[in-house]
Design a protein around this ligand. Structure first.
Ligand code: ADP
Ligand code: ZN
Length: 532
């Protein structure tokens, strides 16, 4: 084995080229590397495939001592070490797959200064052998890969990750700590900073943007019609249509089959063989379209998916972005379309309210439920927003986009902005007057002065708000309510009941409620006839 020649690379660019053969850094990589070289701790959030490894491998080449990489998966460790060895870097791993002799050889080589990078499984850290080894070598940096495993809120919590902080304390001299993850939620980030004891870390979120994907939200009157038209316009293209329920999958599947469209379906109610067959047909292009529940897609790597349509709104942005992101893996332009109807919110709420928490501590269950409701609301916001859709996504994942993308459904749509402050106050009065007991439809019908059986039943005509907006129309009022929800003036409670939120701002005469509308919104789509 070759002894590592310290300091042969003067700059990170030089190491990038010489060791990895790349000419330039990807977004974010260089800033992380520079921060490490200045001695700072790091928390970097980058999605899978964005290039996290180089962010610690390159500085490892330039730091004087060894970089320890804590990584949860044995197979991943081995792949990384093989790749480094092939690139001419002497790296090693320490995990349960090594024999006693191999382990001792690794320690010996490390003492002789052979390695710049050693991967280690978290379970090993607190073993006596490893601690005495770690104390006798120079560790410049500890890198925590898949750092979200330290958070109890994530699905991947690893108790052994809790040992990392203690391990660092045992070392006499505190090395640089760099943490990497693809999980973007705020809770998890805070957990990582706190549990690892990161010291004013350089924080980076990057790489979530997928430039070749076009995002759009549509609210078609008839979703099936929309899908048939869409497929007609995209004949021969490969696509995935996600539905919320097996029932939706089956009925859409039957509909498309009747039109002689080459289509497969996939959900957990089918037999294993059937699913395998459907999946293979799709992956090998025997069928161009697959209709599926979210059970589909795990581990599928099909590069030429040209569109992902969501027939129903998913329950979180995390799920949406993961599923939509299966489009355009080959880098070619692809479309991600979400078909939204208010019914989707009701389905999702229902599923949340009936989620089984019986084997979870009640306090945890409450926290998880609150988190799920928050996620759902953010997903709803995506369907309501008139801002750039791409930016809405990127901001959610913590990026800070500087300008609209000019290339999404909202950026390309012509909006007109209406001042609806007056209408907003009337809607809020109506919610207040009816004591926060009703949903969107009853509130709209009341201010429009509709004559429906339901309104008669609740005695809506006695309200002062009854008919105060009779010259408006439902589309406009629906847009207004969406805007009020987005801005937090009102909230949705259980059973989709509208509640008052932070309305104090509206008392300020400078506050305006501006609503973006399209030409379609100006058209009254439903006559407010009395029900017979
Ligand atoms: P992650 O760990 O974030 O999932 P990886 O570190 O495995 O991603 O990188 C994904 C791929 O991108 C790898 O094949 C890697 O070699 C490549 N890659 C990373 N950085 C660069 C770069 N600056 N230039 C070209 N390719 C890169
Ligand atoms: Zn945009």
């Amino acid at each position: 084995m070759r002894t590592f020649d310290r300091g042969i690379y003067k700059t990170s660019k030089e190491a990038l080229k010489a060791v990895f053969g790349y000419d330039s850094f990807r977004p974010g990589q260089e800033s992380v590397i520079n921060a490490v070289l200045e001695g700072r701790d790091i928390l970097a959030v980058m999605p899978t495939g964005a290039g996290k490894s180089l962010c610690y491998q390159v500085p490892a080449m330039l730091l004087s001592g060894i970089t320890l990489v804590i990584s949860p998966l044995i197979s991943l460790m081995q792949d990384q070490v093989n790749a480094l060895n092939e690139a001419g870097v002497d790296a090693a791993f320490i995990n349960s797959s090594l024999s006693e002799k191999e382990l001792n050889d690794t320690f010996k080589n490390a003492y002789k200064g052979h390695y710049k990078i050693i991967y280690v499984a978290p379970e090993r850290l607190m073993s006596e052998g490893f601690i005495s080894f770690a104390k006798s070598i120079e560790i410049s940096m500890i890198t925590v890969d898949e750092a979200h495993c330290i958070s109890q809120w994530g699905q991947d919590f690893r108790p052994s990750y809790m040992d990392i902080a203690e391990f660092i304390n045992i070392l006499g001299k505190r090395p640089i700590i760099s943490a990497f993850t693809a999980t973007a939620t705020q809770n998890v980030r805070e957990d990582i900073i706190c549990s690892l004891g990161l010291n004013d870390p350089y924080f980076l979120v990057t790489g979530f943007d997928r430039e070749n994907l076009f995002f759009q939200v549509d609210k078609p009157q008839n979703k099936e019609r929309f899908i048939l038209d869409y497929i007609e316009r995209h004949r021969g293209e490969s696509g995935i249509i996600y539905c919320a329920t097996r029932k939706n999958v089956d009925s859409l599947y039957t509909l498309l089959r009747k039109q002689n469209i080459s289509v497969a379906r996939y959900h957990a109610g089918m037999s294993n063989e059937e699913r395998k067959q459907m999946q293979d047909d799709f992956v090998f292009d025997y069928t161009s379209i697959v209709i599926a529940t979210n059970a589909f897609g795990m581990g599928i790597d099909k590069s030429n998916v040209r569109f992902v349509i969501h027939y129903n709104m998913p329950s979180s942005m995390e799920n949406y972005y993961q599923e939509a992101g299966r489009a355009g893996r080959d880098g070619l332009n692809s479309e991600c379309i979400l078909l939204f109807s208010p019914q989707d919110i009701i389905i999702n709420r229902f599923l949340l309210e009936h989620k089984d928490f019986s084997d979870i501590d009640p306090i945890d269950a409450m926290t998880i439920r609150d988190r799920d409701i928050k996620r759902l609301q953010i997903m709803e916001g995506y369907c309501y927003t008139t801002e750039c859709l791409r930016n809405y996504i990127l901001k959610y994942f913590g990026e800070d986009p500087k300008k609209p993308c000019d290339d999404c459904g909202n950026c390309l749509r012509q909006f007109e902005t209406l001042d609806m402050t007056d209408e907003a106050k009337k809607i809020i009065n109506c919610i207040y007057e009816s004591r926060e007991r009703y949903g969107k439809n009853i509130i709209m019908d009341t201010v429009l002065g509709a004559k429906t059986a339901r309104l008669a039943e609740i005695g809506a005509s006695k309200y002062k708000s009854y008919g105060v907006l009779e010259s408006s129309n439902k589309n406009l009022l629906r847009r207004l309510i969406e805007e009020l929800l987005l801005e937090g003036y009102i909230l949705t409670g259980e059973y989709q009941v509208l509640k008052l939120g932070d309305i104090s701002r509206l008392k300020n005469t400078d506050t305006k409620v501006m609503v973006k509308i399209t030409d379609e919104d100006k058209v009254t789509n439903r006559k407010l006839k009395p029900k017979k």
